[in-house]
Design a protein around this ligand. Structure first.
Ligand code: AMP
Length: 418
């Protein structure tokens, strides 16, 4: 990794400002999944054990950016950190302003200040709606927002003397608290979670144990096209399952009934297959599927190879595909998985995803689960702990595996900086 991490910083009586990803599901004030909170704890404890105090900041959901909104408040996370993690946490009523600055200044070593949702301010994201403005007014509005975003970042930075970014899940965003802030800090380093995410994902694409297998699924090709194209250059084989496989199937001249399909991407699907062939990469598509007569868990089903009958849609991979895919999984030494094999949320259509999950867990390969729906599939199977690395960032891991630079990482101090 070419960026500085917390290991490069000598901590003492410091005040650390840390961006975390506490964007967790909350229902009626109750944290429904604490994975992201637990994942940040090693970094948090390291900083506090070293005698520093800590200012934590995060976004939660997508508030309007016009101030406090109770349903997007991080207060339940503050209570969780106090009640379940044994931390001494003060909850701030905002993330910037004089009151927040005073609370941060008063922090004692070992104490934590959790700032309120950074997205209560539009400046965090820094976007302006210029759709109804003239070109000149749009340029002025953007410049004004940039200025305000810089001011917010500067205020956040001033709350401490060291900046740590452990929010891998937000690293693909160039926001005030994730990237702009580093212009106003003398020290900006990655936390342990960020480091671990980058190490696993980086090794999988840059220096993997071969053969490398990518398993790509999910609803649509459109969201995963860049991923597919980038992975073709890096991996030895790709399994394509889920809803996106039907566009490939149609592109190959087969009938797909009423299955989900992106007709406009048929030429791209063909080009992708061609490119994989030219590069000597193996692409495995389903050889049979579970079909349903409607998109419902109680639908009538049948297994089909080849053409699908009219009025039926593919909802999962079939038994022959499971055998074929699992054999490929067993051969792999490194596996990158992003996207389910079918509509796994409905139990009758989860067999394919579950079987792949079990095969990956049993494979002994380095297994990297790329966030989002694959993570909930792995969790549903009870095999979360059997994976080498389950990413906490769906969008960020996708962009990383697409070969894109992550602004939140780029903005950190370079490893060779003195
Ligand atoms: P994505 O967000 O692109 O990874 O897509 C995940 C979603 O794709 C999950 O909610 C799945 O239920 C859905 N999905 C997977 N296979 C199919 C399919 N054959 N038809 C419709 N949706 C699917």
């Amino acid at each position: 990794m070419n960026k500085k991490t917390l290991r490069d910083v000598k901590l003492g009586n410091n005040k650390v400002v840390m961006r975390v990803d506490f964007n967790v599901p909350i229902d009626d004030g109750k944290i429904m999944d604490d994975t992201r909170i637990q994942a940040a704890l090693p970094t948090i404890r390291h900083i506090l054990d070293a005698g520093s105090s800590l200012v934590l900041m995060s976004h939660l959901g997508r508030p309007t950016g016009t101030g406090y909104q109770k349903e997007f408040s991080l207060a339940p996370v503050g209570a969780y950190l106090t009640d379940h993690c044994g931390l001494n946490v003060t909850m701030a009523s905002d993330c910037i302003g004089d009151d927040v600055a005073a609370l941060a200044a008063a922090l004692k070593p070992g104490a934590v200040l959790l700032l309120e949702n950074t997205r209560f301010h539009t400046e965090e994201v820094g976007k302006v709606d210029v759709s109804k403005l003239s070109d000149a007014d749009a340029a002025a509005a953007k410049a004004d927002m940039k200025k305000r975003q810089n001011r917010m970042a500067q205020q956040l930075a001033a709350l401490g003397d060291i900046y740590v970014n452990d929010a891998f899940g937000a690293a693909h965003r160039a926001h005030a608290s994730t990237a702009v802030i580093t212009s106003y800090t003398s020290t900006a380093v990655a936390g342990f979670l960020m480091e671990k995410e980058l190490q696993y994902l980086g090794a999988a694409v840059e220096n993997p144990e071969r053969p490398v297998l990518a398993i790509v699924g999910g609803a649509k090709i459109s969201g995963k096209l860049e991923l597919l194209l980038n992975l073709i250059d890096k991996v030895d084989a790709i399994i394509i399952g889920g809803g996106m496989s039907y566009t490939f199937k149609k592109a190959l001249g087969e009938k797909i009934g009423t299955s989900i399909c992106e007709d406009d991407l048929i030429p791209t699907a063909l080009k992708t297959l061609e490119s994989a062939k030219n590069k000597g990469r193996k692409i495995l598509l389903p050889v049979d599927n579970v079909l349903a007569d409607r998109f419902d868990a109680d639908a009538n089903t049948q297994i089909a190879s080849g053409d699908f009958p009219d009025g039926w849609e593919g909802v999962d991979i079939g038994p022959k595909s499971i055998t074929l895919f699992c054999a490929e999984v067993a051969r792999a030494k490194t596996i990158i998985w992003n996207g389910p094999m079918g509509c796994f949320e409905m139990a009758p259509f989860a067999a394919g995803t579950n079987a792949i999950c079990r095969a990956v867990a049993d494979s002994g390969a380095v297994s990297i689960i790329g966030g989002g729906d694959s993570v909930s599939a792995v969790r549903k199977c009870g095999l979360y702990d059997k994976m080498s690395h389950v990413s906490t960032g769906g969008g960020a891991s996708l962009e990383f595996l697409e070969g894109k630079a992550l602004p939140g990482v780029e903005a950190l101090d370079d490893a060779n900086e003195s």
